[in-house]
Write a protein that binds this ligand. Structure first.
Ligand code: P5A
Length: 437
């Protein structure tokens, strides 16, 4: 993408309304624009990151055996009357009337709708287990939307729902998602700690929040210090290995970590305990038959009895993750994207577009890198070098390639690693080789 054509409205000054670094940087890097309180338009650069995160979430859900579908944002209030949550959910729910005076709502979550989809077609234990998910916009009329996309009113969530015959099977479904979540967050370069959590309006008894530590986090959390080094990827562990997944879950949950509401200091020696602030990027629930009983979602078991299905639900804050990843990856000059979610692979800076040889070298390199399948943001604007460096650092692509008239003459370029700041003089061919590797 040529920057001279790209819609990238960067800002030099810090916007006054932004209280935390990720919000400031997202506005300054031209990633988002607020359209109403807690509601954002995703501009091209922000949209690319959102889609990358969404894709990692999707791939890891699919690997864990969940199946993607897509439910609407608008829901009928009647479903929520069946579960009893229409009145319980309170002011956070955006209620709408259609022209026929029927009550609708903009979904804050989809337990009721998925339970309705399930009950309308599944009859037998032979159809179980199932895990269905979608990645869809949600609306919660938060009293205090703040910190940009971190606590929005409209936000993108991945929500999965598991259906099982027995409580034991449901616990296994929960453990698989637990593992899938750890793998998902690691792929984004995040250390997310699973913490025992309160179930709130979703309900049930067993619940974990996945928390990344950050000074700007909204909640107070407690964790054993060993979490800072713990390997949470469970490499080699197969989703078919039920027993090992159970053991992995036991191992992970035996190391202490809890949110404020669930904290019990007697469960962890004071000297080993870390008290910190955290950002909740995911939340999983096992709530058994809460919805299936209320909404009559039943199957026939092996003995021919009709029983309510055992359910769980599993959320990831996809749009919140964009902010969360920036909180964990930035410096004084801007964002430092992990490669897996970076909006482009490489930023190419042409220091002097009016210089014919310099532009030729840049244009050639741009084409070669694209041939290698690299996504390149090419700063071909006829503007001051200082501003180009600043913009490129601000938007945080992992690699920068800089070419000026002098280096072009020698067939050389400067390759900079955004994270370490390390710079290297390389021939143009070596740049292509290095980037392709
Ligand atoms: C689990 C999936 C649920 O809604 N029902 C379906 C369950 N859980 S949750 O914890 O309430 O939300 C899941 C994740 O969504 C993100 N999130 C938000 N992101 C941005 N702005 C918000 N206002 C917001 N509220 C929730 C969080 O990452 C949360 O873990």
């Amino acid at each position: 993408m040529r920057m001279s054509h790209y819609f990238l409205p960067t800002l030099k000054e810090n916007p006054k309304e932004a209280e935390i670094v990720s919000h400031r940087l997202m506005l300054r890097a031209g990633m988002i624009k607020q359209t109403s309180a807690g509601i954002y338009a995703w501009l091209p650069l922000g949209h690319k990151v959102l889609k990358k995160i969404e894709q990692i979430v999707r791939e890891e859900q699919d690997k864990a055996g969940a199946q993607e579908l897509l439910m609407p944002t608008l829901q009928s209030a009647d479903l929520w009357r069946e579960s009893g949550r229409y009145d319980d959910y309170g002011e956070e729910m955006l209620r709408i009337k259609d022209r026929g005076d029927r009550d609708l709502l903009y979904g804050p979550t989809n337990e009721e709708m998925i339970t309705d989809i399930f009950r309308s077609s599944v009859r037998s234990y032979k159809d179980l287990p199932k895990n269905l998910y979608h990645i869809q916009w949600k609306f919660r009329d938060e009293i205090r939307p703040r910190f940009g996309v971190m606590r929005g009113r409209e936000f993108l969530m991945k929500d999965a729902y598991s259906f099982d015959l027995t409580a034991d099977d449901a616990r296994h479904a929960y453990q698989r998602m637990f593992l899938a979540y750890l793998r998902t967050f690691r792929r984004m370069g995040l250390r997310a700690i699973p913490m025992r959590a309160d179930t709130g309006p979703i309900g049930g008894k067993l619940s974990h929040e996945f928390i990344i530590l950050a000074e700007t986090g909204e909640s107070e959390v407690y964790a054993h210090k060993d979490w800072m080094e713990k390997d949470t990827t469970a490499g080699g562990l197969s989703y078919d290995d039920k027993e090992k997944i159970g053991e992995f879950f036991e191992e992970m949950t035996s190391l202490y970590a809890a949110t404020d509401e669930m904290h019990d200091a007697s469960a962890c020696p004071e000297g080993d305990l870390i008290k910190a602030r955290g950002i909740e990027v995911g939340h999983i629930f096992y709530f058994g038959t809460k919805y299936s009983e209320a909404m009559n979602a039943t199957v026939q078991n092996k003995e021919g009895e009709i029983v309510p299905v055992e359910m769980g639900s599993y959320g990831i804050g996809v749009s919140r993750l964009v902010g969360g990843i920036i909180e964990a990856n930035h410096d004084d000059n801007g964002i430092v994207w992990p490669e897996s979610v970076s909006p482009f692979d490489i930023g190419l800076i042409n220091l002097k577009p009016r210089d014919e040889a310099c532009s030729k070298a840049c244009d050639d390199l741009y084409e070669k890198l694209k041939e290698q399948g690299k996504d390149v943001l090419y700063d071909d604007r006829d503007t001051q070098a200082g501003g180009k460096f600043a913009d490129m650092d601000l938007i945080g692509l992992p690699w920068q390639v800089v070419i000026g008239p002098r280096s072009a003459e020698k067939g050389m370029a400067e390759l900079k690693n955004r994270k370490t700041g390390e710079k290297q003089e390389l021939s143009l061919e070596s740049v292509v080789e290095r980037m392709a590797a």
